[in-house]
Unconditional design. Structure first.
Length: 430
């Protein structure tokens, strides 16, 4: 599938943001840690969460969709701690099954995760954490294998701030015997969300959202009903869409606090940002100004918003520098953007020097990963003429109804299968 679009229309109106994909992946794995029923609402209907739900079924969990955004899960029927299906291999966050299964069954064998190709993405910190909980944890024959005769609390200092390791260790430690202290923990909103859901299941986790998380293990967890937090990155992507198309977009159903790093950069480049209780409006009535951006763990500027920001800066007045400090190969989309007329030089893989151009021009480009794919769509909407973005399966991993939501803001965009449908689109739009 591909997206075809005609750019040049300022996006205006309101868009409702769904539940956070990255939080949902942790919550779905946490849900099987009890034998009771767990109901999760505000679940985004995206490829990654759907593949993980299938993977949960494959290991025996009971999964019933109550509606598009709500699911009932029961882990009582889990029959194996070995997860190595295609679904598992395709999503990065399937590694949360390690923490969940190790905590509950004291054993887990998970095929090494895939996900977006944005760097080497090791899991050494996850394994180090499990070892500190008195488990053996290694990579064997392409599987991450962990087990323990007696899972106990431990003291862990993460060498790098890792969202995945923080959540995974929290999951396992929630059902360990004794107390765990996790230092240099990630502070992302989805870390807090997973801790909140575990606590609502009877866990005792304090300090999530700060550098130090303290977990007192409990013997068992119980059922709960929980609603996923709004997706910070989906919201940020639509906020940047306003900047790129010089539009006026209100993102609804968000937690403005989680968007502060993005809001403040948008203000720096000359956008007006108005915060409401659960919405943020971005107005951009002129070409963006240049600025410098460095990605950092939360509350810094999110690496998952780096490509979208780079697109906005590619049409800014003046020269900007974007430094990527979280992942090592996150500028793979720059070649595609250059084909649309952007002037960007990547220095040693970790910084992009962007000389703003007056306008981008439409081209056929390929989405190299999830967030870069979304960024290329924004570029196409801001560009003159037609743009085709291929490999949109990446985008579908994390954005629900992306084209529909953009069309709701006035974008001329359609999801098409082949050249014939692209021709049809071109004939239909004015
Ligand atoms: C999560 C998000 C991803 C986001 C990233 C950073 C999910 C499913 N994915 O990915 O969208 O871009 O956080 O906000 O939530 N590292 C190690 N060893 C480890 C673990 C990580 O060296 O054991 C390094 C990574 O290579 C990377 C950095 O730590 O350089 C941060 O990675 P991490 O926060 O773990 O990212 P993910 O959890 O994979």
């Amino acid at each position: 599938m591909q997206y075809v679009m005609k750019g040049g229309i300022p996006l205006t109106g309101e868009v409702t943001i769904g539940g956070a994909k990255n939080a949902a992946l942790g919550l779905l794995c946490a849900a099987i840690m009890t034998d009771d029923t767990v109901i999760i609402d505000n679940l985004p209907d995206v490829r990654d969460t759907n593949m993980l739900l299938e993977a949960l079924c494959e290991i025996g969990a009971y999964v019933r969709r109550l509606n598009r955004h709500s699911v009932e899960i029961c882990g009582k029927t889990v029959r194996t701690v070995r997860a190595d299906s295609d679904n598992i291999r395709k999503i990065r966050a399937s590694y949360y099954l390690m923490g969940a299964l190790l905590g509950k069954y004291k054993k887990a064998e998970i095929a090494l995760p895939g996900g977006c190709n944005i760097g080497s993405r090791p899991i050494d910190q996850h394994l180090k954490g499990f070892r500190a909980l008195n488990a053996s944890a290694d990579i064997e024959f392409g599987m991450a294998v962990a087990s323990s005769d007696h899972l106990t609390g431990g003291h862990i200092y993460l060498d790098v701030v890792s969202v995945g390791a923080t959540i995974n260790i929290m999951l396992a430690a929630a059902l360990a015997d004794g107390s765990t202290i996790l230092e240099n923990a990630a502070k992302e909103p989805h870390v807090v969300d997973v801790a909140n859901m575990l606590n609502s299941m009877g866990a005792n986790i304090k300090g999530a959202g700060t550098d130090i998380i303290r977990i007192k293990g409990v013997p068992r967890l119980h059922g709960t009903e929980y609603s996923v937090i709004p997706d910070q990155i989906e919201a940020g992507t639509f906020m940047l869409a306003a900047a790129v198309t010089q539009g006026d977009v209100t993102v609804k159903n968000v937690i403005p606090k989680h968007l502060e790093a993005i809001s403040s950069k948008l203000m720096e480049i000359g956008c007006k940002v108005i915060e409401y209780d659960d919405a943020v409006r971005v107005i951009c009535d002129h070409r963006p100004n240049h600025t410098d951006v460095k990605t950092l763990p939360y509350p810094g500027f999110p690496t998952d918003m780096q490509p979208q920001m780079t697109v906005a800066l590619s049409i800014a007045e003046g020269t900007s520098i974007v430094t990527e400090s979280v992942f090592e190969s996150r500028f793979r989309y720059v070649n595609e953007l250059t084909r649309m007329g952007a002037t960007i030089k990547v220095v040693e893989g970790s910084a992009a020097v962007i000389k703003g151009v007056n306008r981008l021009t439409g081209a056929e480009v390929a989405a190299p990963d999830l967030r870069a794919g979304a960024a290329l769509v924004l570029a196409g909407l801001g560009a003159e003429g037609y743009t085709v973005v291929t490999q949109i399966e990446f985008i579908q991993r994390g954005y629900e109804g992306f084209a529909e939501k953009l069309a709701g803001l006035g974008a001329q965009i359609s999801m098409v299968e082949d050249d014939k449908e692209i021709m049809k689109f071109k004939l239909q739009v004015v």
